[in-house]
Write a protein that binds this ligand. Structure first.
Ligand SMILES: [Fe+2]
Length: 236
């Protein structure tokens, strides 16, 4: 019995040593893929967004619903007054995105999806709108048109944890926002944002083709207010 214990101990040491030796001559590789940016907006940016929302109401700007997949009561066009968000937020994020995801050598395989050749294209904020989502309403799986798109949560009247309390399921998703993508072995995968007040003033900036969906919330009469937009590369 005593000898057996000693032998096992020796094997464990040997295994650890083999592991370290093999680790030292092994590297790992992650295939190139596109992700998204998550940006906390400044007080000035959020104030500007509310200004755009109020301007849209005052000027009675047209409904945007017919352009959207969302089963949401009210969506309206916005004007980016003085091109503020385009110049101060979106253009820097395009650069940050490029630095994060389109650096060499990945750029070679991915830049077809995101043409950024400044000599041939002008980037423009082509679509820009506000959504007023009521309880039970949802936005099914969809993608946007354009090059880059974004969503900004301005007002979230519920907390994910409260919404899913007593929700007997192995996939609690009430009030969540999800990205859907295919992983390197072909499995559809999701990344879930468990939305609550902490996400007010947060922007997600992503390739327009990245699929996403918005789940409904319940037991709350207040609206959830979000802003979205699409950046297009327009041929000069
Ligand atoms: Fe969307």
């Amino acid at each position: 019995m005593f000898n057996l214990f000693k032998k096992q101990k020796k094997d464990l040491v040997q295994i650890e040593s083999d592991y370290r030796e093999i680790s030292n001559r092994t590297s790992w590789h992650l295939p190139p893929n596109l992700g998204w940016l998550e940006c906390k907006l400044s007080y000035e940016e959020i104030s500007h967004l509310w200004k755009c929302v109020n301007h849209s109401k005052e000027k009675n700007l047209p409904s945007f619903k017919e352009n959207l997949a969302g089963n949401i009561s009210h969506s309206y066009e916005l004007n980016d007054i003085d091109d503020y968000i385009f110049k101060n937020t979106l253009c820097p994020l395009v650069k940050i995105y490029s630095n994060c995801f389109l650096n060499d050598p990945m750029k070679r395989s991915l830049n077809n999806f995101l043409p950024t050749d400044k000599e041939k294209f002008n980037l423009r904020l082509e679509k820009y709108w506000v959504n007023y989502q009521k309880q039970y309403e949802f936005n099914p799986l969809h993608q946007h048109g354009g090059c880059y798109s974004f969503v900004i949560w301005l007002k979230i009247p519920i907390e994910f944890e409260d919404q899913n309390k007593g929700n007997i399921t192995n996939t609690p998703l009430r009030s969540a926002f999800e990205f859907l993508f295919i992983d390197s072995i072909g499995t559809p995968s999701t990344y879930t944002y468990r939305l609550g007040k902490g996400f007010e003033g947060t922007m997600l900036f992503f390739p327009s083709n990245l699929q996403h969906q918005v789940h409904p919330f319940y037991d709350c009469d207040e609206e959830r207010i979000s802003i979205s937009g699409n950046l297009m590369n327009v041929v000069k």
